[in-house]
Design a protein. Structure first.
Length: 291
C-alpha cells in the first residue's frame, strides 16, 4: 500500500493550501515548546528564563540540522514517487531515517560533552550558567528523537499528507503544557522539570508517529526504518540536498549567539532573557514563510 496523495489532479491552489497550512502550523507548534517552558519558568524568575533562552538557541541549531534529512526526505522521496519509482522512494525513506538517528545521536553526545563551553559563549553569570547546564544535559536526551520525528515529518510531507504531523506534534504540545506545571511546581524540579517535560513530550510524539506509521497509515507500504544495505549514492544525494537549508538555518542561530554575547555584557541575564524571548516572537514571520 503506497498511501500517497496525488497532488497533480484537481485544484492546484487547493492542494497547495491544504499541504502548506499544516506545515506552517507544525512550525508554530515546535516554537511553542520553548514558549511554554519560558512562560512557566517566568514565574520563578528572569534567571530561569535567561537560562532556557540560552539553551533554546543551541536547540535551534540542532533543529536546523534536522533539515538535512527533513528536506532530504521531502525532495528525494517526492521526486521518486513522481517518477513512479516506489522502491527507490522506500529506500530513500529508510536511508533518511537512519541518517537522522545517527546525526541526532552525535549531536546529543557533542552537546553533552561541550555543554559548559557552549553556554559560556554568552558569558552569563554563574547562577544562570548553572541553570542552563541543568537544562541542556536533560534536553540533549531528546535530540535523537527530534531528528527522527523531523525526518518522519518530511516523509509524510513527501507523500502529500502534512496533516498527520501537525496533529501528532499538537498532541506533544498538549502533553508539554500539562507536564510543565506538574514537573516545575508540582514536584518542585524547576528548570529541570521544564527540560523533562519537553523531553517526555518529544518521546510521546515519536511513539505516536511510529504507531500511526505502522498500524494505520502503513506509509510507503510500511517501509523499513533501517535499510538492509547502505546505498552510498543515496546517502550522497540526501546530503547534497539537505545540507544547504540546514546550514542556512544554522547561520541565523549563530548570529543570535553573537548578539546574545553582546547583550549579556550590557544587560546581563535580563538582556539575554529579552533577546531570546523576542527572537521567539520574531520567528513567527519566518515560520510562516517556510511553511
Amino acid at each position: 500500500m503506497l498511501k500517497v496523495k496525488d497532488l497533480t489532479t484537481g485544484s492546484i491552489v487547493r492542494h497547495l493550501v491544504q499541504l502548506a497550512l499544516p506545515i506552517m502550523g507544525t512550525s508554530f507548534i515546535q516554537m511553542a515548546y520553548s514558549f511554554t517552558d519560558m512562560a512557566w519558568l517566568g514565574r520563578l524568575g528572569s534567571r530561569e528564563v535567561a537560562a532556557v533562552g540560552i539553551i533554546s538557541v543551541f536547540l535551534w541549531i540542532a533543529n536546523a540540522m534536522t533539515y538535512l534529512t527533513k528536506t532530504g526526505s521531502e525532495v528525494t522521496i517526492g521526486q521518486s514517487i513522481g517518477r513512479g519509482e516506489v522502491e527507490l522512494a522506500r529506500s530513500f525513506a529508510s536511508h533518511n531515517t537512519v541518517i537522522s538517528i545517527l546525526v541526532g545521536s552525535i549531536w546529543a553526545i557533542g552537546y553533552t560533552l561541550l555543554a559548559s563551553p557552549l553556554i559560556n559563549l554568552y558569558a552569563p553569570e554563574r547562577a544562570v550558567s548553572d541553570l542552563a547546564l541543568e537544562y541542556m544535559r536533560i534536553a540533549t536526551l531528546g535530540l535523537p528523537v527530534v531528528f527522527l520525528t523531523s525526518t518522519l515529518f518530511g516523509v509524510y510531507n513527501a507523500t502529500g499528507n502534512s496533516r498527520v504531523p501537525f496533529l501528532i506534534l499538537g498532541l506533544g504540545l498538549v502533553c508539554n503544557m500539562i507536564l510543565d506545571p506538574l514537573l516545575i511546581f508540582g514536584v518542585n524540579l524547576g528548570v529541570q522539570g521544564a527540560a523533562w517535560a519537553t523531553v517526555l513530550s518529544q518521546w510521546i510524539v515519536m511513539i505516536a508517529f511510529i504507531l500511526r506509521l505502522r498500524i494505520k497509515d502503513k506509509l510507503l507500504a510500511n517501509f523499513s526504518l533501517f535499510p538492509n544495505k547502505i546505498a552510498w549514492s543515496e546517502v550522497k544525494q540526501i546530503f547534497r540536498i539537505g545540507i544547504p537549508p540546514a546550514l542556512l538555518n544554522v547561520f541565523f542561530a549563530l548570529v543570535t549567539i553573537y548578539m546574545g554575547r553582546l547583550v549579556s555584557t550590557v544587560g546581563g541575564h535580563v538582556g539575554i532573557a529579552v533577546l531570546t524571548t523576542g527572537g521567539q516572537l520574531e520567528a513567527l514571520t519566518w515560520n510562516t514563510a517556510q511553511g
